[in-house]
Design a protein around this ligand. Sequence first.
Ligand code: 13P
Length: 287
Amino acid sequence: MIILGDSMLVNSKNMLEKARLGGYAIPHFNINNLEWAKYILEECEALKVPVILGVSEGAKRYMGGYHVISYFVQGLIKDLNLTIPVCLHLDHGSSVESCKEAIDAGFSSVMIDASKYSLEENIKMTQEVVTYAHPRGVTVEAELGRVGGEEDGMADAVYYAKLEECIFFSQQTGIDSLAPALGSVHGFYKGEPHLQFETMKAIRDKLSIPLVLHGGTGIPSDQIKKAISCGITKINVNTDLQSVWSNAVREYLDNDKLVYDPRKVIGSGERALKERIQEMVSMFGTR
Ligand code: 13P
């Protein structure tokens, strides 16, 4: 078990609180491998902005496990001499066990996503995670309603979070941040997103904890800014960076049929990825 006190990581509490007071959002970028983490960290260090590295359970399986990720991220912070706050966060933890495993491996923040269960079950599971996480200095995010998208075969199903449930849920669980599903979807949108700004604002006015926007890909900049003005303080982005990176790598491979060095292939997406991070950070007002 890794004790967070010895860790190079920070939880999301201070960075999100500062963002909430400052009227900007902290970027949450999902990582897929070592290079991805390195590029994001390097760019955020260059921009001097705090960052949350998100790890889905699928990405965790792909990379080998929570320990692998926790160690290489902390190794990067040390070897790259980073000075920015870095939070390592489990994205959409599907069970209490999964959250505990990530915490034991040194993650500084977790999301328990029990939004597909009944409100009672969601509260119970979230309470269990909070009880385990808080004494260990780890912050907890939870979700209410349902973000649409392709995962779980959910297609475009979206269930909006309700104000009263958000209040009750956060009182019952003591979570540190809440992701109320209000019309955003994971992956690309078919047509324009329709975010429920009025409900977002109402939740912001009633809750003192930071609000999280999932499905940050494909939301026009004016809607992102409006969401931030309605209380969003953390924005999760995955597909956008994947797509930007893949396009750059595809172009590189199309132009060089002989290249075989994986460092060149993977690295050919670095510049595009970093440029996109810069744009996002400026859109989120983080910088
Ligand atoms: P996108 O893939 O739509 O950017 O969503 C990412 C996300 O919400 C991760 O939790």
